[in-house]
Design a binder for this molecule. Structure first.
Ligand SMILES: Nc1ncnc2c1ncn2[C@@H]1O[C@H](COP(=O)(O)OP(=O)(O)OP(=O)(O)O)[C@@H](O)[C@H]1O
Ligand SMILES: [Mg+2]
Length: 504
């Protein structure tokens, strides 16, 4: 008899159904596993055998064959232990086959039969719900999986609990979703003294999801400003929270099943490898750009990142998804993030200050910023200089607007955009607008158009640069509550485009 259990294999954020078939036949006793398993999956044999022994279930002196179907899809990870154990228990008629067939399971077994948490419970729950199966997972992964509304999720602490559940001795209770984690950063915009222009740029960037580049001398407050950006962004919508959590689930970042409605803020170090930033690696996993999906990717000391990492960013920044090539497949992860970069103007950092700049100025500035290619720089909608704060400004008591005040304006501008792009799937914010839609929503009035044409001619704006100015002008008009884009909106957008760095 062939018994069947179901589980999933991950391809990007998608969880594909895998059928685990188990046949116990006469022949030379043995336990074999086929169907493109990786090392962790192959080792499941020993964990399953020992876990069953710990429950006083001896394997018969027969030939046991496990097949993971479809056989040509690579299977990675330790979560195959539980479905393999289920298929085997069903084949041995210890638990009923039909109940197992209505279940999708995942979980790692320890040698004493307890079930250890695994990554990817959330996408697995979505896949199980689509296939109309119950998801059976380790107890610790249950609260995470239970976030999928349509899913039936049960969590078990041990394999013995699973057997008691299926034999009707002690049914397991459905898992409850984890807590919503409150935002507790406690950082406020009022902590930053002066820097009004930089604060304005942060507000515009937050409102339209525009990419922002800050250039300034050491200690001028760039990292401080960036760290306050999450406080200006509205919480994730339910749909966005699910999208982002799916990626975090695959990276094993969801703690105790808690879902965070605050937008992700990722700040990878400049020594991070290509796989860490973009994704991939020996076991495919999402990189920082995908972990920042629907949130902020802050790349401090931007020119210090390796050239290959910087150049690789060009495509995902535009398309909102990244395709990672593996030995035998391509894996796609979403990565619609807001890129915030900070840099010193040169290696010593004091280029604008003649009294402190090093002997190599200004050549050192060109060398340093020259590490950022023209096409990459072109992708920043907003570029600002962050000048040093004066000591008098630092001595003043906290002033200026609080994060909550700015966040309220950002939320209003974002609501306008949500309504505008409602019928345009793939576009959510002004930064996403393109093609005819961009022309329709972001054509300025005559005076604004005149100004933009003049600037484009004078500074030789690229076509991309021209469209990016239009998008920023649309966001500035939204913050102003204006339906039409007027000349001052265009002027402000242009001013952010031309400052701080080389033009393109
Ligand atoms: N505008 C400011 N208002 C208040 N404090 C500030 C301001 N700018 C800098 N500081 C103080 O200086 C410290 C360093 O600032 P921050 O790390 O943001 O500088 P930076 O521009 O990122 O420097 P670097 O280029 O060296 O990374 C802050 O922790 C804060 O104490
Ligand atoms: Mg810094």
């Amino acid at each position: 008899m062939v018994a069947r259990a179901y589980t999933v294999a991950f391809e990007g954020v998608e969880a594909k159904t895998v059928e685990v078939q188990c046949a116990v036949t006469a022949g030379i006793p043995g336990f074999s596993l086929v169907g493109l398993p990786d090392k962790a999956v192959t080792e499941a044999r020993d964990r399953v055998r020992t876990a069953l022994t710990s429950m006083a279930i001896a394997l018969p002196s027969k030939r046991i064959t496990i097949n993971l179907s479809p056989a040509d899809m690579p299977k990675e990870g330790s979560h195959f232990d539980l479905p393999i154990a289920l298929a085997l228990l069903a084949a041995l008629e210890i638990i009923p086959t039909d109940a197992v067939e209505g279940t999708c399971s995942l979980g790692e077994l320890s040698l004493d039969g307890s079930l250890l948490p695994v990554i990817g419970a959330l996408p697995a729950a979505l896949s199980a719900a689509e296939a109309d199966r119950t998801l059976l997972c380790p107890k610790a992964s249950g609260p995470e999986a239970a976030w999928v509304d349509a899913a039936r999720v049960i969590g078990a602490a041990t394999l013995a609990d699973v057997v008691r559940h299926y034999t009707g001795q002690s049914p397991l209770a459905p898992a409850e979703p984890g807590e919503v984690i409150p935002d507790s950063s406690g950082r406020d915009l009022t902590d930053v003294k002066g820097q009004e222009r930089a604060k304005r740029a942060l507000e515009i960037a937050a409102a339209g999801r525009h990419h922002l580049m800050m250039v300034g001398t050491p200690g001028s407050g760039k990292s401080m400003l960036a760290a306050r950006l999450p406080g200006l962004l509205p919480p994730l919508t339910a749909q966005e929270a699910l999208e982002t959590s799916m990626i975090h689930s695959l990276a094993g970042l969801i703690e105790e099943g808690g879902i965070n409605r605050a937008r992700p803020f990722r700040e990878p170090h400049h020594t991070a490898s290509m796989a860490a930033i973009v994704g991939g690696g020996r076991r495919a996993s999402p990189g920082e750009i995908s972990l920042a999906h629907n949130g902020v990717l802050f790349m401090d000391e931007f020119p210090e990142f390796t050239r290959s990492v910087l150049e690789t960013l060009r495509q995902p920044v535009e398309s909102g998804e990244v395709v990672v090539a593996r030995a035998n497949a391509h894996v796609k992860y979403p990565c619609r993030f807001m890129l915030v970069a900070a840099a010193n103007p040169c290696k010593c950092g004091y280029l604008p200050d003649a009294s402190r700049a090093c002997a190599r100025a200004p050549a050192c500035g060109e060398d340093y910023m020259g590490r950022i290619s023209g096409p990459l720089m072109d992708r920043f909608d907003l570029r600002i200089e962050v000048p040093p704060v004066s000591y008098t400004d630092l001595d003043l008591p906290s002033s200026g607007e609080s994060s909550a005040t700015v966040a309220a304006r950002v939320a209003t501008a974002r609501d306008l955009q949500t309504a505008r792009y409602r019928d345009h799937p793939g576009m959510r914010l002004n930064a996403d607008a393109e093609g005819e839609m961009l022309t329709e929503i972001a054509t300025p009035d005559t005076e604004g158009r005149d100004l933009l044409t003049k600037v484009a001619d004078r500074f030789g704006l690229s076509a991309r640069g021209y469209h990016r100015v239009l998008r920023v002008a649309r966001t500035i008009a939204d913050l102003d509550g204006s339906e039409t884009i007027h000349r001052p909106h265009v002027a402000e957008a242009v001013s952010f485009r031309l400052s701080a760095a080389k033009e393109s």
